[in-house]
Design a protein around this ligand. Structure first.
Ligand SMILES: Cc1cc2nc3c(=O)[nH]c(=O)nc-3n(C[C@H](O)[C@H](O)[C@H](O)COP(=O)(O)O)c2cc1C
Length: 379
């Protein structure tokens, strides 16, 4: 992606040349996977209000361009937790990529490494965290931890991630229980031991719904975790801790108080609590509350360069990409993911030029104005 700073002529060179747009990747993905896997990828929780809100939130903002700025050199690179990356977007963790493409996370890891992007890999990846590390080589990668019923297991996963060269621990806190996934369940996609899990079902048992016992609903023991779990994790690792799934300023402050180095403002792509706010809508208050103490990242509904710009203008250091990466993976494996990441990079370069902000440091709230048309699809 380094080539983006040179000229527009070579921007569109890359694998998967036949795929020219994100829409084509999405359509191709739908053709390639079975209906149940498509429902797993696309679905959200409940009536999918939060899933829809993630996209709608971006449409409420317009971009205010500056004219006659020297944009002959564009720089998309940034640092995330001190690590240099080629772009302010990263691959968000998504489970079971082996159901989406036979190469699964290996393809994603290689593609992200090739494009110089940070990638985060799930506890529930289809490949072991060591295999994924070998696929991504020296490229930046983080390990996403789902707390396990037994803390010793969480601790051993963290140790393995350290040894395998992961640069941070992303602790997902919005999933003490699996959300109510109507679409996924109706399509027959079962979250159970039949799914490919590289770290082993004996090590990381599939997430479960609540069970009814006596007069109470009971969850597995990791659901008993409170803020001290962050201190416990800090006690067993030197890796920086990133907390994923934060939607309030209060919780963001608690993350900072308990030593987290970054938060990811996220509602899990609308897959957990239906009715939770769009990530973008709460981003500004979280940046205001903790932006000077921790790095603020976000995900949810980011598809194209203009979405990246809006989130950055609200103070996000970088944004995560969930479903679009899975579309790209389903459509064409490693080549597809490379294609999407490079398309997004070139589109972002184009947008930076068009808004007259040649580097990311030039982006601030002056870029944004509320759309007079609110939530409709324009501009
Ligand atoms: C199919 C799928 C699986 C996911 N699995 C995980 C996971 O294992 N761990 C996690 O922290 N988040 C998981 N997420 C949430 C993503 O990391 C991210 O928060 C979300 O997809 C961002 O929204 P977007 O899909 O609109 O980009 C998953 C999302 C999807 C779509």
């Amino acid at each position: 992606m380094g080539k983006l700073v040179r000229s527009s002529a070579d921007m569109w060179v890359g694998p998967g040349e036949a795929v020219r747009s994100l829409r084509q990747l999405e359509a191709e993905a739908e053709r390639r996977v079975t209906d149940d896997v498509w429902a797993y990828i696309q679905g959200g929780a409940g009536e999918e209000a939060t899933l829809a809100a993630n996209r709608e939130a971006f449409r409420r903002w317009t971009l205010m361009p500056r004219a006659l700025v020297d944009v002959s050199e564009l720089d998309l690179s940034t640092e995330i937790l001190g690590q240099r990356v080629h772009a302010p977007f990263f691959v968000a963790p998504t489970a079971y990529q082996g159901k989406v493409h036979p190469d699964g996370e290996l393809a994603t890891a290689r593609a992200a490494a090739h494009e110089g992007c940070l990638a985060v890999f799930s506890t529930l990846a289809s490949r072991s965290l060591e295999e994924i590390a070998s696929g991504s080589g020296a490229a930046p990668r983080w390990f996403q931890l789902y707390l396990q019923p037994d803390f010793e297991i969480s601790r051993s996963l963290v140790r393995r991630a350290e040894r395998a060269g992961y640069g941070a621990l992303v602790v997902t806190v919005d999933a003490p229980v699996l959300g109510v996934r109507d679409r996924q369940a109706s399509a027959g996609f079962a979250i159970d031991a039949s799914l490919p899990v590289g770290n082993g079902h004996d090590v990381v048992p599939p997430p479960r719904a609540a069970s009814f016992q006596g007069d109470r609903y009971r969850l597995r023991s990791e659901a008993a975790s409170t803020w001290e779990i962050l201190d416990d994790l800090r006690g067993v690792t030197r890796l920086p801790i990133v907390v994923k799934g934060i939607l309030t300023a209060d919780d963001a402050r608690r993350c900072a108080d308990h030593g987290a180095r970054a938060v990811i403002v996220s509602n899990h792509g609308g897959r957990q609590l239906d009715g939770a706010p769009a990530s973008l809508d709460v981003l500004p208050e979280i940046v205001e509350a903790v932006g000077s103490r921790v790095e603020v990242l976000m995900d949810g509904g980011v598809r194209r360069a203009r979405d990246v710009l809006v989130a950055l203008a609200f103070g996000a250091r970088a944004v995560g990409l969930g479903r679009p990466v899975l579309w790209a993976l389903a459509a064409d494996g490693e080549a597809g993911v490379r294609r999407y990441l490079s398309l997004l990079g070139s589109e972002l370069a184009t947008c930076l030029a068009l808004v007259g902000r040649p580097k990311l440091g030039d982006i601030d709230r002056s870029l944004l104005r509320p759309s007079p048309r609110g939530n409709d699809r324009s501009p």
